[in-house]
Design a protein around this ligand. Structure first.
Ligand code: CTP
Length: 403
């Protein structure tokens, strides 16, 4: 059991911090809440006191507090400082070393790892000042749980919503457990279909549900990796602890994957997404295509091959380890061998989607792992279990110590 200081700053998401506190306790951790003055305008300290069974640190100069120099005592006893929600104000203070209240003093005084869950209005989040502060903190090793997209309390729809409490708890817990075999390593996983828009109401899609990619992402989180999930439209909840980038078309998937893979120097990329090979040649029409009496002929052009682009850019370097999928309807292994060489990747997970228990919309898969060294059949099993085998093979290539 570890002692976690849960910093709560003044955003509407402050009420969700109560659930974060409970989640941490459920995973066996002891929580000491630290509230800023503005946080106390959203939620009463009594709520946290009742849940944590500890006095809430709120006022740095309250009588009785200075006798123990509380923030120093807490600073040396905690194993993690988690701030959820972290407002632009708190982020600014941390980045610039301002210590004018209990929480900001605690940040300077502790040597424990720090995890922030930022939450604010979309424009505030993308403001150059906030971005620079977040970059400064990241360079200092401060981790963060990225905010999500959705309805914000200010009435806007966009990025800035506090991440879900369970995601924050999972991330905090992974840090407290010292991470798994992948601690300090990162992986980019793609999942789901892409949708190639024809007009405002129609698109060309495919039958991928995203389950295989989401299973790989969830397993990588469980092993302690930093997981970047680039997902086409799916009905699935992203696994707790992943950093999600939602995309729609193949072009967008290509741009995001190449940017993230090399900007973040990931250790591995698993391309489980069913990326469309073709998209409307003229792009999406701005108005609905009307029907006529004749046949409709659609001109389609090739999309960029994301995996091949990664293979070409990586060249002979050892990283990132590249894994592709091949959904085939016959001759799976032979075709996979062609893809392995053609796209210059390390492993192709081939499956014959016509086989029972394999492919789209089912929870199991039957696969053959194809590498330069040979062919390894993997019998029918859950997608999560297949994800384990795939990650084991990536670990072997990366030289990750086996537990
Ligand atoms: N892929 C990609 N970019 C594309 C298309 C596919 O990165 N534009 C990736 C998929 O994510 C998958 C692998 O490449 O990992 C699939 O290979 P691909 O050659 O596209 O297979 P299919 O299109 O299914 O088959 P074929 O080429 O035989 O038509």
């Amino acid at each position: 059991m570890a002692l976690v200081a849960l910093g709560v700053s003044g955003g509407i998401g402050a009420y969700k911090a109560v659930e974060v506190a409970r989640g941490l306790q459920q995973r066996g951790h002891d929580v000491a809440a630290v509230m800023t003055a503005n946080a106390r305008r959203f939620v009463g300290p009594l709520t946290f006191e009742a849940i944590t069974k500890r006095r809430v640190a709120a006022d740095q100069f309250a009588p009785g507090i200075n006798a123990d120099i509380d923030h120093i005592a807490l600073a040396s006893n905690i194993e993690l400082l988690l701030v959820a929600p972290a407002t632009a104000d708190v982020i600014g203070k941390f980045a610039n070393g301002i210590a004018d209240d209990f929480l900001s003093s605690l940040y300077l005084a502790t040597t424990a790892p720090v995890l922030l869950a930022p939450a604010m209005n979309t424009n505030m989040l993308s403001h150059a000042a906030v971005r620079a502060n977040l970059d400064t903190l990241a360079a200092r090793g401060v981790r963060r749980v990225e905010p999500g997209d959705g309805y914000l309390a200010c009435g806007w729809v966009g990025r800035g919503r506090l991440a879900e409490p369970e995601t924050i708890v999972a991330e905090a817990d992974a840090i407290l457990r010292g991470g798994g075999a992948w601690a300090g390593r990162s992986i980019l996983v793609t999942a789901g279909p892409t949708c190639e828009d024809l007009d405002p109401v129609r698109f060309i899609g495919n039958r991928s549900t995203g389950r295989m990619g989401y299973a790989v992402a969830a397993e990588a989180v469980a092993r302690g990796a930093r997981v970047l999930l680039v997902s086409g439209p799916t009905a699935l909840e992203p696994p707790a602890g992943v950093e999600l980038t939602a995309v729609r078309g193949a072009g967008q998937m290509h741009a995001e994957v190449v940017r993230l893979a090399f900007e973040d120097a990931v250790d591995a990329v698993v391309m489980a997404a069913a990326v469309a090979d073709y998209t409307p040649a003229a792009g999406a029409q701005p108005v609905k295509i009307r029907k006529a009496d004749d046949n409709l002929v659609l001109a389609l052009k090739r999309t960029p091959d994301v995996l091949a682009a990664l293979g070409a850019r990586r060249g002979a370097a050892a990283k990132p380890v590249l894994v592709g999928f091949a959904a085939e309807t016959g001759n799976a292994v032979e075709r996979a061998r062609g893809k392995l060489a053609g796209k210059r990747v390390d492993l192709i997970v081939a499956n014959d989607v016509t086989e029972p228990g394999a492919g789209f919309g089912v929870d199991t898969n039957v696969a053959t792992l194809v590498t330069e060294a040979g062919v390894e059949p993997v019998s029918r099993r859950s997608k999560r279990d297949l994800a384990r085998v795939i990650l084991d093979r990536i670990e072997a290539r990366l030289g990750v110590p086996q537990s």
